[in-house]
Design a protein around this ligand. Structure first.
Ligand code: NAD
Length: 486
């Protein structure tokens, strides 16, 4: 299964102006999955011009919220219809188990449904409590939005930006990660088929250092919505400053998963497993630091090792597989490099630590689930984002020490607390500096995720995606002061 794709600019499917292409080979077994245009600066200029024209002169921003919502709902329907095809492409492009790719497509449809509904609600307010005058606080679409996304949830993270931006009337130029451009272009097909006016949604594929950088610096772009590495985020902030663009950044993490002695240790070990091994640990909010109270350390680590042993690794296309391939050779090397660093720093490697071999594993990039015990907070493996299935177990004595270690990081994306004491849970929730906290769960408690704002404290970024906050960040506020004659 290898397909040739074109880019979407101004409602047309086009090749790169240079004629260059880029190939993607799957990390599952090395076979070719797709050939994509290798866009350049001229393609960015064309896409921004199309998005600019669609915003400044097109019907899109002037349409009513319900009209826009109806089109977003059509995209959700198409996502559900083509779920299997999209899931296959995600798995083949980035190596994750097919079961999880199916979930990603379903969750993406939910995000479009959520913002289809929200498009019916006005975000503006009226100020009416002073006789003889009235104030209006109007929310207007910010304009042309550059959407730049990573490869680890290639469709879902796109929807977190695209759906709310379109719902409020913005136009978009999307730049997907070079490992995973296919689903973004497939989303472009659905948006086109749903009947969105030309130029409202554009996609330029190509290297981040060229296409991403040109988009971020482009004077025709009003806002940049970026998800990726913290180092790239810093560069995005600098490049976006030329015309004082609005910027929102969703960056890296090193999230603390804190287990107290009074917790349900069996459940906590399940949460620890999901926290670090889900999606091969390629998750920005991975629970990569497992903070354990000393009384339950041995039991929790033993349980986690048992879970790692029974975690089914294999062909990502097999619905029974729970851990698939790492996205690339470079990423695998980075992870293995950190295993070496951890050993040198004196942490105890108690499980895994190697590239998986034999059968399909020899043809792709597969990493064993890996557990480091007796890690100190000052070690590099406890401070730097590894972005792989590697967990650092750090022991603490009491609540004060747990909070101190939890906050001993430049990041602040997420965290979890496991305890049966609700007062303690709430104290920890309030004192850990992170944008999302889980209580007695990891990654979710069954709530509709599209309604729960997501984003970082500290160097995990700023701005919030999802929910009402995720829509507001694509708007400007205009205050109107009116004197009324009676
Ligand atoms: P990355 O920063 O390398 O790339 C992200 C995107 O930016 C890609 O599309 C890339 O092509 C583009 N890019 C690269 N250089 C650029 C530049 N100079 N200017 C503009 N764009 C540029 O990140 P990645 O390796 O694709 O993704 C992994 C990272 O993303 C991890 O750090 C992870 O924590 C983070 N992430 C964060 C969240 C979140 O919501 N906070 C979610 C998922 C991933």
């Amino acid at each position: 299964m290898s397909d040739k794709f074109s880019m979407l600019i101004g409602g047309q499917w086009v090749e790169a102006r240079s004629g260059e292409v880029m190939e993607r080979h799957t990390p599952m077994d090395g076979s070719l999955v797709g050939v994509y245009p290798r866009g350049g600066r001229e393609d960015v200029d064309a896409a921004v011009a199309a998005a600019r024209a669609a915003f400044d002169g097109g019907p899109w921003p002037a349409m009513s919220g319900p009209q826009r919502g109806a089109l977003l709902m059509k995209v959700a329907e198409k996502l559900r219809e083509r779920q299997e095809e999209m899931a296959l492409r995600i798995t083949r492009e980035m190596g994750r188990p097919i079961r999880e790719s199916r979930n990603e497509v379903r969750e993406t449809a939910e995000v479009f449904e959520c913002y289809a509904g929200r498009a019916w609600q006005s975000l503006s307010e009226a100020v009416t409590h002073v006789p003889g005058s009235m104030g209006l606080i109007i929310r207007e679409p910010v304009g042309v939005v550059a959407v730049i996304t990573p490869w680890n949830f290639p469709l879902l993270l796109l929807s977190w930006k695209v759906a709310p931006a379109l719902a409020v009337g913005c136009t978009v130029v999307a730049k997907p990660a070079s490992y995973t451009p296919g689903v973004c272009l497939m989303l472009g097909e659905m948006i086109t088929e749903a009947g969105f006016p030309p130029g409202v949604f554009n996609v330029v594929t190509g290297p981040g250092s060229v296409v991403g950088d040109a988009l971020v610096a482009h004077p025709g772009v009003d806002k940049v919505a970026f998800t990726g590495d913290t180092a790239t985020g810093r560069s995005v902030m600098r490049s976006a400053s030329g015309n004082v663009k609005r910027v929102s950044l969703e960056l890296g993490g090193k999230s603390p998963n804190i287990v107290f002695a009074d917790a349900d240790i069996r459940a906590a070990s399940g949460g620890a497993q999901i926290g670090i091994f889900f999606n091969q640990g390629e998750v920005c909010q991975a629970g990569s630091r497992l903070l354990v109270q000393e009384e339950v350390h041995d039991e929790l680590v033993a349980r986690l090792i048992e879970r790692a042993k029974s975690l089914r690794m294999g062909d990502p296309m097999d619905p029974e597989t729970r851990m698939g391939a790492i996205v690339s050779r470079e990423q695998l090397d980075t992870i293995l490099g950190y295993v070496g660093i951890g050993k040198e720093e004196g942490a105890d490697l108690v499980y895994g630590g190697s590239r998986k071999s034999g059968g399909i594993f020899d043809r792709g990039y597969y990493m064993e689930p890996t557990i480091f015990d007796n890690v100190k907070s000052s070690m590099r493996i406890a401070q730097e984002e590894i972005f792989g299935p590697v967990v650092c177990v750090i022991t603490f004595k009491d609540e004060e020490e747990a909070i101190r270690i939890a906050n001993d990081t430049i990041y602040g994306l997420a965290g979890a607390v496991w305890t049966r004491d609700i007062d303690r849970a709430m104290r920890v929730v309030r004192r850990v500096k992170a944008g999302t906290m889980f209580v007695n769960c990891y990654l979710g408690a069954g709530l509709p995720l599209a309604e729960m704002p997501f984003g970082g404290f500290k160097q995990s970024g700023f701005g919030r995606e999802l929910g009402k906050a995720g829509m507001e960040q694509y708007t400007e506020i205009k205050s109107v002061h009116m004197r009324l004659t009676s």
